[in-house]
Design a protein around this ligand. Structure first.
Ligand SMILES: NC(=O)c1ccc[n+]([C@@H]2O[C@H](COP(=O)([O-])OP(=O)(O)OC[C@H]3O[C@@H](n4cnc5c(N)ncnc54)[C@H](OP(=O)(O)O)[C@@H]3O)[C@@H](O)[C@H]2O)c1
Length: 297
């Protein structure tokens, strides 16, 4: 496993991290989650991403691996969480001062951690929210020692503006061969601010493996793009998944690529790709041209 420095945090993180959204699924058996989380650490991954909004993810991390606390860096998110009314689950967005501090405190309890490593906003506050109040509450959590570092998980120019305006440590955003926009509209700003970068959806959900268009924009959008970018041709001799992951890892400003998975074989296969070999400039150039030609960015 290769390690990189997470920007100004100075933390050394595995370039392949773990995305903890999928393990929040209430239908996954507890013993399976325990096996997956321990396999993540055993494979050499030391960066785990979760969120208050990811169902049972935080409490499972707390239950299954908090006894291995010195083996990983934990990033969670606030600004929204899963609420329950009369047995019905629903997402609550809350960027009020009280809401942010309460959510972070609750994350500390669920994760079984007095001090979280990183807390990020799960998206930017809504136009109706007072973003000064929201960001000051996040910074207050850092002052209180509830978290060592703070950041946001957001994409695009608005995310870049937040990085310029607030003293943040990290930013989480999408970057992969099908979604290269952040290389232009976000990463240069983050680099100039010395921020750590956490790449979500680094293999674009392996969406090219689906024969039919998945329902909804979350998977359908990437699937549409995968129909028009010639992934197999760009990958050449390489399996497509290896090419796609290597493309993400080849960007010099990427610190860690958090891949979601509930399959221990997939986790080990992904880790095996972290061997320090970058794609050639020629291949990266072709992938960049293919993207720009189709999406005009
Ligand atoms: N707004 C936000 O802040 C936000 C939004 C989206 C995601 N995230 C974070 O980013 C993480 C990653 O995003 P993501 O999970 O949506 O996308 P992703 O990591 O690009 O893709 C995950 C999918 O790829 C599959 N996969 C993983 N390794 C594979 C392999 N070797 N071969 C075949 N399939 C493989 C997984 O299925 P298997 O389980 O079968 O391996 C899973 O369905 C999330 O878990 C979450 O922590 C944050």
């Amino acid at each position: 496993m290769q390690f990189r420095t997470l920007g100004k945090t100075g933390l050394r993180v595995s370039e392949i991290g773990y995305g903890g959204a999928q393990i929040g699924n209430v239908n996954l058996p507890e013993n399976r989650v325990e096996e997956v989380l321990n396999a993540v650490l055993d494979a050499g991954i030391n960066f785990i991403d979760t969120a208050a909004m990811y169902g049972k993810s935080e409490e499972r991390i707390g239950r299954c691996i908090s006894h291995r606390r010195d083996e990983f860096v934990l990033a969670t998110k606030c600004g929204d969480y899963v609420g329950e009314t009369d047995g019905q689950y629903h997402i609550v967005r809350d960027y009020s001062r009280d809401g942010i501090l309460r959510t972070i405190d609750e994350s500390r309890r669920k994760l079984n951690m007095d001090v979280i490593d990183i807390v990020q906003f799960h998206g930017l506050p809504d136009p109706d929210d007072d973003d000064d109040v929201a960001f000051e509450a996040l910074l207050d959590a850092r002052e209180r020692g509830w978290t060592r570092f703070v950041g946001v998980s957001a994409d695009g120019p608005a995310a870049a503006a937040a990085a310029r305006r607030w003293p943040l440590d990290t930013q989480e955003f999408t970057y992969n061969v099908l979604y290269q926009e952040s290389a232009d509209n976000l990463m240069p700003t983050l680099k100039s601010q010395g921020m750590g970068t956490i790449i979500k959806r680094p293999i674009s959900n392996a969406v090219w493996q689906q024969t039919a268009r998945p329902e909804g924009d979350y998977m359908g959008g990437p699937w549409d793009r995968a129909q028009s970018i010639p992934l197999a041709e760009l990958a050449g001799e390489m399996p497509i998944l290896e090419f796609v992951l290597r493309f993400t890892l080849s960007h010099p400003d990427v610190c860690t690529a958090i891949i979601g998975s509930t399959n221990t074989d997939h986790i080990c296969a992904n880790v095996a790709i972290s061997d320090g070999q970058r794609l050639s400039d020629d291949v990266i150039g072709k992938a960049s041209v293919a993207f720009r030609e189709r999406f005009g960015i």
